[in-house]
Structure formats: structure tokens, C-alpha cells
Design a protein around this ligand. Structure first.
Ligand code: NI
Length: 258
């Protein structure tokens, strides 16, 4: 049976604390072969690291998410991210990026500063990046253009246009799609998905959020990627097995997993 590679999850979220061990076994029983567990703050990155070391099918990334920037985010935090990134199971810097959706988030200037600082760290450590972009595509593209040829990674939970997807693919990025592709209003995401070359496509849950249909609103986990892969397969005129196989290979290549 084809294995699932969930390229973006948050098993460090407290939503999984209660039944974590049982859930991990359940994922394996459901064909999940590997999981990227994403940090979003220093504390969440550290927890993801600890969970990865207690697992045989998990790696993690370390980084500060744009919505986790605090007024007192400082040098010590970036030093700690760098220290966590030295762990052999840390396979990316992330998630990092830009999010202009919320009025009470850090200012665009502060977000840019934190994003750039972590892009520089990824270049320094020669690691891929996991990038979150929400309602901030133009500013993000402007920044990423300056790193063209020096940085690799994935734009996760892609919510931009097909046009933006083309630009990012041309820059060398992989593009990740979540359960959103199964929603009724998925047209935009599906149009973007169709311009991504098959060898640059990743699937992800972003769990515990973004459960695909028919589980929408429930706690999401990696086993639900069967529904996401089926939807993508239907749209691309391929089989679910082909989608699982190719996206596993793509994620394993990006994150250097055997
Ligand atoms: Ni995420």
C-alpha cells in the first residue's frame, strides 16, 4: 500500500495531548509513513523535537510563526531556534512567513524583520524553509525574490492565485495543499494546484486544523490525507495511489528522508 507523507502537521498542539500514543499507532495503521511536525515558536519547536526523538516516522522544523511573534521576541529566541535546528531530526526552518489577516498581529515591518532573519538562518544552515503566507503575497514575493537560487522549501497551505503559484514554482519552491481542496469553495486552490508540476506537489494536514470533507470542523489528523489525495487525484486525472506515491517522494526529497 502507498504510504502517506504529511508534510505539515502540529502534533505538538495540545489538542493531541490526551490520546497522543494511541493516535500515533492509529496513523500507522492508516498508512501514514512519515510526518513533518512543525514548530511555530521556541516552545513548540522544542516539543516537536522531543516528539520526533520518541518516534520512528517523524521529523520536525524549528521556527517562529508570524502570528507567534511577541513584543519581546529577541536575539535569544533566534539563538534558541538555531540551537534546535542543529538537531539531526530538524529538517527545515519553519514555519516562518507573513500573515496580514489579523489586525492585532505583529506589524508588517516586524513580520518582515523576523521572516528575513529566519530566511538568513536557513541559508546559513543550508536547510529548506516551510513558509506560511496569508494575505501577504506581494510583500512575501518581494522578499523571496532576493533569495532566489539560495533558498529552497515549500509554501504550505497555499491560498494564493495560480499566477503566484507559477512564480513560486519558477523560484524553485514546492507547494503544499491541505484539506481546503475538498471544500465547496476550493476553486481557487484547485486552480493553483493545477499549475504546480507533479514533482513539486506536497500534501499536508496542518492538523489539528483544516480537516477535509467529510470531517470538516473535527480535529484533523494525517490519516485524513486519504481524502485530500483522492480529491487531488480526481482533479488531475490520476489515481490516489499515484498522488500518494509522488507526494511522498517529493517530501522525502525536500526534507532528505530515506
Ligand atoms: Ni501550520
Amino acid at each position: 500500500m502507498e504510504k502517506i507523507f504529511d508534510s505539515h502537521s502540529h502534533y505538538n498542539n495540545k489538542a493531541f495531548d490526551e490520546d497522543y500514543d494511541q493516535l500515533m499507532q492509529h496513523l500507522k495503521d492508516c498508512g501514514v509513513g512519515y510526518v513533518m511536525n512543525c514548530g511555530s515558536s521556541v516552545a513548540a519547536s522544542r516539543k516537536a523535537m522531543e516528539q520526533s526523538h520518541n518516534s520512528d516516522f517523524m521529523c520536525f522544523c524549528a521556527g517562529i510563526h508570524p502570528l507567534d511573534i511577541e513584543d519581546d521576541t529577541c536575539d535569544a529566541d533566534f539563538d534558541e531556534i538555531e540551537r534546535l535546528a542543529a538537531d539531526p531530526l530538524c529538517r527545515a526552518i519553519g514555519e516562518i512567513g507573513m500573515d496580514y489577516h489579523y489586525d492585532d498581529a505583529a506589524s508588517p515591518e516586524k513580520q518582515k524583520e523576523v521572516f528575513i532573519r529566519q530566511l538568513d538562518l536557513a541559508v546559513k544552515l543550508d536547510k529548506p524553509v516551510i513558509i506560511h503566507i496569508r494575505e501577504a503575497m506581494q510583500d512575501s514575493l518581494e522578499i523571496l525574490k532576493k533569495y532566489e537560487g539560495r533558498i529552497r522549501g515549500v509554501i504550505h497551505c497555499f491560498s494564493g492565485s495560480a499566477e503566484s503559484a507559477k512564480i513560486l514554482v519558477k523560484m524553485g519552491f514546492y507547494i503544499g495543499f491541505t484539506g481546503v481542496v475538498t471544500f465547496k469553495n476550493a476553486r481557487k486552490a484547485l486552480e493553483a494546484m493545477k499549475v504546480v508540476p507533479f514533482d513539486r506537489l506536497l500534501i499536508e494536514t496542518d492538523c489539528p486544523y483544516m480537516a477535509p470533507e467529510p470531517y470538516r470542523g473535527k480535529r484533523c489528523d494525517s490519516s485524513m490525507l486519504h481524502q485530500v489525495a483522492q480529491k487531488i487525484a480526481d482533479e488531475l486525472g490520476r489515481t490516489k495511489e499515484e498522488v500518494l506515491c509522488q507526494t511522498y517522494e517529493n517530501a522525502a526529497r525536500l526534507f532528505e528522508i530515506d
